[in-house]
Design a protein around this ligand. Sequence first.
Ligand code: ADP
Length: 160
Amino acid sequence: MIRAIYPGSFDPVSNGHLDIIRRAAEKVDELIVAILVNRNKSHSLFTVEERMEQLKLVTKDLPNVSIDCFQGLLVDFARQKDAQVIIRGLRAVTDFESEFQMALTNRSLSPNLETFFIPTSVEYLYLSSSTIKEVASFGGDICGMVPCEIKQALMDKYKK
Ligand code: ADP
């Protein structure tokens, strides 16, 4: 049985993230989407609780996907959850350097933990949560970038 963790900030979850979640969930037995709780909360737009709710909402049709959050080292969280695989999405070459460094570091900390990279679907190549927030903050159209439920949540945030 393969239990995998897909870690990230998901602030907010994008269609690019959701594409990776769906494709990963087809290949593993259990997928835990885990929000990394940043010590510096002021950097995130949505609270961890809001992000967990959003992720639960957009993955509700995927029975082998669960949502969690963690603080500290990913390898410790993986050990605690008895997970053998880390899932990461890869966009442009710019992702590669830091993702490769992270994967090698995690493997040196926990040799049995493998990182599986899933290349983005081409329509999400340049999609990132920070770009989405920037467009939304200026009232731009974020249709096609985030699931509908998240679009409303983003608009509400920036209305305040
Ligand atoms: P972001 O970089 O958008 O802020 P996260 O820090 O939450 O996202 O990233 C979590 C994981 O999701 C990383 O492996 C990242 O490369 C991947 N990811 C983010 N956006 C996309 C996308 N558009 N397509 C594929 N993977 C993505």
